[in-house]
Design a protein around this ligand. Sequence first.
Ligand SMILES: [Zn+2]
Length: 404
Amino acid sequence: MKLRVRVDHKTYSALKEVEGEYREVLEDAINYGLSNETTSFTRIKAGIYKTEREKYKDLPSHFIYTACEDASERLDSFEKLKRRGRAYTEKPSVRKVTVHLDDHLWKFSLDTISISTKRSRILISPTFPKIFWRYYNKGWSIASEARFRLMKGNVVEFYVIFKRDVKPYEPKGFIPVDLNENSVSVLINSKPLLLETNTKITLGYEYRRKLTTTGKPTKDREVRRKLKRLRERDKKVDVRRKLAKLIVKEAFESRSAIVLEDLPGRTPEHMMKDVKDKQLRLRIYRSAFSSMKNAIIEKAREFGVPVLLVNPSHTSTVCPVHGTKIVYRPDGGDAPRVGVCGKGKERWHRDVVALYNLARRAGDVSPVPLGSKESHDPPTLSGWLRAKSLHSIMNEHKMIEMKV
Ligand SMILES: [Zn+2]
């Protein structure tokens, strides 16, 4: 978050001095990284610290650290650009400098922010915008790293970063999440729930990109136009993030850990019928799977919800109690939903087995097979997008069931 402060001339020139030397250290650090072919902060710092310390004797030493970090970040993104063929210069150019600060170089208080300079600390007193208070009063804390940038007319732009102050907890239960082509299923208090999505949402952009490109390699322009339209739709509603939030919130409120497959182990045979090549099909599925997975992991980190990644092999074909094979006898349809355990003869619903196996591999020991006459499918929900929580969806569903 940006705070703009107008300061007096003395303060401004103290910061200007720091900025000048920081820029020089930054340039040296970038050059060192380039000539030693490294983007690593540690290596850059080890390489230049001594000489820079000699050169800028009264610059607080932590500015050398932060400049090295800055250099490492710039080199990293330059590498990425280069790989994509988007780098138009020989080396990352240092035009604008935003001075990075760590916890030694600045102190925050609501009255004044103090910043280390060459001779002493200077103080600035920003007025905080409304949005600042919104975060500040809602339990967010200010990160130890900050930045400033000098503008014309004695104006300092000071950047503070807010972060959620959450520690991961000891989980009291597990919420396994199984990602499928047209749904995401979760298990909450032994109740399975299928959240209907569609391919676009679960598997996302990568999936469609491959679909659109395979088969039509020559019609380049048409493909590109299609992709553009899809991407625009993607931006409008980030459904994947919404879904991740619902799941993470549920886990957070019940103090549960989320259990995910480490990588999809089941070759999605029934999926992607339009892609003929088996290898390609698996690759598409994997990369797409990870974008949904990453959305969940990111959200979980924000809430401090632990995420456990477990071995995904045979999750839908092995009995969660006995570890033996489940036999799905053909019961009329070509894809029977209910199977029988080879050892205990208890019955399992296909959509639920994977969830129990995920939970079990995370350390949970309470799989519940179907009753002897039960065969109902887990509730499938399509209207979750507007829901406030998974719990409210489940309650609503119960009401509908009762009416029927
Ligand atoms: Zn069994």
